[in-house]
Design a protein around this ligand. Sequence first.
Ligand code: NDP
Length: 418
Amino acid sequence: MKVLVIGCGGVASVAIHKCCQASKVFTELCIASRTKENCDRLAASLAPKTATRLTTAQVDANDVGQLTALLRAYGPDLVMNIALPYQDLAIMEACLACGVDYMDTANYEPEDTDDPQWRAVYERRCREAGFSAYFDYSWQWAYRERFEQAGLTALLGCGFDPGVTQAYCAYAKKHQFDTIDTIDILDCNGGDHGYPFATNFNPEINLREVSAPGSYWEDGRWVEIPPMSVKREYDFDQVGRKDMYLLHHEEIESLAKTIPEARRIRFFMTFGQSYLEHMRCLENVGMLSTSPVEFEGRPIVPIQFLKALLPDPASLGPRTKGKTNIGCIFTGKKDGREKSYYIYNVCDHQECYKEVGSQAVSYTTGVPAMCGALMLLTGKWKKPGVYTVDELDPDPFLEALERYGLPRRESHTPALVE
Ligand code: NDP
């Protein structure tokens, strides 16, 4: 089958490596991005090792006209959007115009947070829903009816978190519990890249996410707290003790709907002291701002300028050592008894680098993206509408993850230290 991948950064590169390992399904693949040279370089390095027929193209994925022209010319069965969340809506529009299935790894957020049309909707959502992160599912859920009517599937957020964490929740609900009471999603990166400050995926998206207020779902409503104000320490299998901080994260929004009995759903991520100190300092001097400022007669967006100064996440591969441990802790009831359950994956940065030339954060996102595409192309998740991973059968997806490098581990002894 024919697949168009949009984006050729850290995550896309892993997903493309993995698609090329499954050439029987991914028979033809076009890599399209803003900078075509990156696509050409990747295609040239993979071509001798795969039976997948690789081509490349240049596209500005903010431009629906350019996207529809490319889709009409190439005629793919599926578009894998692994560019940035800013492009989600334009790519969904182009897929609808051309009758093609869609998937991505992160939910929509606007590039320009000063845009008055977006701002009005955002401010209403902050008041009504009660959380103030820039990203949320409402923009993409609004496409449900159009995808249903077109007989097309859109799969949202199929990386690790969001993505695999929602499959873990669907798996826990299907196989481990009659009712789920609490869910804690834990994203631990025990890797060390040796820089005082760098982000493991796109710096602009990463810093916007972690500098936003934290929020969680409790007793049917959102509770919002100042950034980094709730800390826990966990002792992770194969990583050891790590500090974690509560963040807002998109999968909480969908899980509150698919597991409505859950009394509390939270998301925690590890941050080292050096990362936090740098981030606070950059925020205090205004470097995380998304609004343009005048500099020597031209507007610059501080966070975009900062991105240009920071190490490219794709360059961290050779220098990152250690492991990631990402999973979910559940409490609830099975057969009338209280129970807790922990499901997670451990991934080694250097092993990932040896296999695909990327660190584990790109790997743990790119592999699920490829496995999600596999679910759509083989018909296992193909149904008209817009879906998050927690709404779909977790079993074939978890089997595919096992096969393509992200096996799950299970335990009944969660790792909270304090
Ligand atoms: P990178 O910045 O490394 O790569 C982004 C790619 O998108 C680049 O190839 C870039 O091209 C391309 N791109 C950006 N703008 C456009 C445009 N207008 N038109 C065409 N191509 C464009 O990002 P990552 O690989 O780190 O992240 C990719 C996605 O994965 C992001 O959406 C991120 O939020 C998501 N993610 C999801 C996770 C999960 O677990 N669900 C975890 C980590 C990331 P160029 O080089 O020309 O700029």
